[in-house]
Design a protein around this ligand. Sequence first.
Ligand code: DGL
Length: 285
Amino acid sequence: MGNTNDIKENLNVKSISNSTAPVGVFDSGVGGLTVAREIMRQLPHENIVYFGDTARVPYGSKSRDNIIRFSRQIVRFLGTKDVKAIVIACNTASALALETVQDETDIPVIGVIVPGARAAVQATENGIIGVAGTEATIQSETYTKVIRQMNPDAVVIGKPCPLFVPLVEEGFAKHRITEEVIDIYLSDMQKTDIDTMILGCTHYPLLRSGIRAYFGEKVHIVNPAYETAMDLKKILAKNGTENRSGQPAAYEFYVSDAAEKFTRFANGILTYDVAATRLVNIEEY
Ligand code: DGL
């Protein structure tokens, strides 16, 4: 029996040629701000509409069916904002829902996995690559499949690190508890010959210094956000939809719950001052 999620839908997101239209960026919560931050840095003229699904985070422990359902709802919501492209900042949604929503919209939709995998394949010298991510991302083996398409001889060692997400959200990124959790999750990987490690979850770049210290200089650390922003730039240029208005970029932030907590977190990691975050009932989409 086919799954209802495998039946193609039309998400009603029509192609937009207006270059001042915003880029939609979404994540399961606050973590995708690490990707938004990189887009703001590399594409300073692009307007952004960000949606964080704070009512339903974490996605990393959810089923494929729900991750696809949530992603479709968010894409429909972003469609109402007339976005010209969508970046799925969430690794879990990129791993499980990207192809589905790409098929169901008329605008470019990119995820973080292909850019992250490409950066790792370019960086590795011995072809042994570690991936840390959520349970759902690692179980999907999407990073492994994409890396092997780029380098069939690559060896990919994946490790789910679910506690990293709440540690970051609780402000424990630099706490000694986090050092211990890094050791618990990554000690097996440290004993392997990986020379490259993908931070395959939106929150992990905020633990970068701890992970870098744990592995030392011999392991190249890849943050997919950097390469994702570069890909977005190339796609907008190719489609002739880069914002050339010369106006300062405008950013809008939406969440499905706890807007004030989101605003505080956002102001902790963005250089942009987020004045307000708006609530959306995402189940309506
Ligand atoms: N944003 C998710 C990711 O990048 C991490 C948080 C979650 O589990 O939802 O995979």
